[in-house]
Design a binder for this molecule. Sequence first.
Ligand code: FES
Length: 121
Amino acid sequence: MAARDEGPHTGALPVGQVEEYLVGTLDELPEVGGAVVELGGRRVAVVRDSKGAVHAIDDTCSHANVSLAEGEVHGDTIECWLHGSEFDLNDGHPLSLPATQPVAVHTVRIDGSSIYVAIAS
Ligand code: FES
């Protein structure tokens, strides 16, 4: 999935609170797995879980500076490839050590095959 930082699409959203971006289409995501997009200078992992739900979390692991999108998806969790912490894709919390801090979770909206991610400012 190529990053589509085409600027925020904020028409239906409160100005100054969230910025919503078109990040790509469902067919650009792996069947199960993630891709990185850069939204307003922030790296976000857009991840399809094993049930087909799409999530968006900050891409950088809270334990060290590596990409979570490169991790393996199990159900609705993603495992950091470096030290194995498992993160809940629904709330960003780590479910296993060594990570102890959550990563931010962003709101995903699917419209047809388009994926939109809203970033809290
Ligand atoms: S860098 Fe992710 S668990 Fe260590």
